[in-house]
Ligand binder design. Structure first.
Ligand SMILES: [Zn+2]
Length: 358
């Protein structure tokens, strides 16, 4: 790099300027970036990095170290504190610029697209206790039905197909059903296992889409029954879905529309977990009676999932406790007992719409 080279810093600024205009034009961003440019990136990444047998994020980390080493060598090559300071400043500006540029170009402009909920004109509204109970009943029945297609045994399900088969299966289901949601399938997005085991859980997440390598990762310690839903969630991010609630909703639609009982069960089970949590918060004593009659198989599965998650405690348990606290406090405000979790609300809105069109 020449002495006066500010290329990466400038590219970063240029990307921010484009972003400024994208913010003001969500429809244009959706049409030009999300539906034309980004699918190209999707395919290039899937045909290259996607074929690597290990998480490409390792390459990203190696690159960062390499750049740091080059920086240190060049830094030592300069004499005088003024020159060194100037060089450090320039290197930092270029490094930051490169990060901003690649983040936005490879995925980040999707933040400025028209939200998927808006595209589907789906308006989530909070549920009252009666609505939640009837929703919970639907989900419970479906969960029982699809669990019985997987096994007749009430012992917790703790092993499924090999991971590579699961990843392929979820992708096939994305291919078959993504158009229900107005999104187009393209490329061959990868969701890889990211060792070391439990590392991501300790960070407080189960999976992540990493824009710089264009692939997503899940924690290998995830319970087998959580894996199908979580892979579908991460793959939703691969299609330029940035919002967590939207990714959850898409994963639920994909899983519960699948031909495969395992995917269906995984989708219903995840929704059931959210609904159960809401029920417990809204009517603890009623919930305690209800849970007594929950089928033994499902109870065992839920306990098995909980036990798997307790092996690796997140570093910031404080954070999850706080968010729960805020929820309870908001409940204390006599506004009534309403559900604030997004997935139960969205599932409710979606089921109503589907009945309407049936
Ligand atoms: Zn996510």
């Amino acid at each position: 790099m020449a002495k006066r080279d500010w290329s990466w810093a400038l590219l970063g600024i240029l990307a921010l300027v484009v972003r400024y205009f994208a913010v003001q034009n969500p429809e244009g961003t959706d049409e030009i970036y999300s539906r034309k440019f980004f699918p190209g990136i999707r395919n290039v990444i899937d045909l290259t990095l996607g074929n690597l047998p290990f998480p490409s994020v390792y390459l990203f980390v190696a690159t960062v170290f390499l750049v740091l080493i080059v920086f240190i060598i060049r830094f030592k090559g300069r004499s005088g504190w003024k020159e060194r300071m100037f060089y450090t400043f320039k290197a930092m500006a270029n490094g930051l610029g490169a990060l901003v540029f690649f983040f936005l170009v490879l995925w980040g402009f999707n933040y400025q697209r028209t939200p998927i909920f808006q595209q589907l004109s789906l308006k989530p509204k909070s549920l009252n206790l009666e609505q939640l109970k009837s929703e919970l009943e639907i989900t419970r029945r479906l969960a029982v039905q699809y669990r019985s297609r997987i096994t007749q045994d009430s012992v917790a399900i703790d092993s499924i197909m090999p991971y590579s088969d699961l990843e392929r299966l979820v992708r096939e289901n994305m291919h078959d059903n993504l158009d229900i949601l107005g999104l187009n399938f393209t490329g061959k997005p990868r969701t890889k296992m990211f060792p070391p085991q439990g590392f991501m859980r300790r960070m407080g997440i189960l999976g992540i889409y990493f824009p710089f390598t264009g692939e997503s990762y899940i924690d290998p310690s995830l319970h087998p029954l959580e894996q199908p839903f979580t892979v579908a969630h991460e793959m939703a991010h691969s299609y330029g879905v940035t919002n967590e609630g939207e990714a959850n909703f898409i994963a639920w639609v994909i899983c519960t529309n699948s031909e495969d009982p395992l995917l269906r069960y995984s989708g219903h089970l995840r929704l059931l977990q959210y609904q159960i949590r809401d029920y417990y918060r809204m009517a603890p004593s009623e919930y305690k009676e209800w849970v007594k009659n929950l089928s033994v198989g499902i109870k065992n599965d839920l306990n098995s999932i909980r036990e798997a998650s307790e092996v690796f405690q997140p570093f910031s348990i404080e954070l999850s406790r706080k968010s729960n606290d805020i929820f309870l406090k908001s409940q204390g405000v006599k506004a009534g007992v309403n559900s604030y979790q997004q997935l139960p609300m969205l599932a409710f809105a979606w089921r109503q719409r589907m009945n309407f069109f049936d």
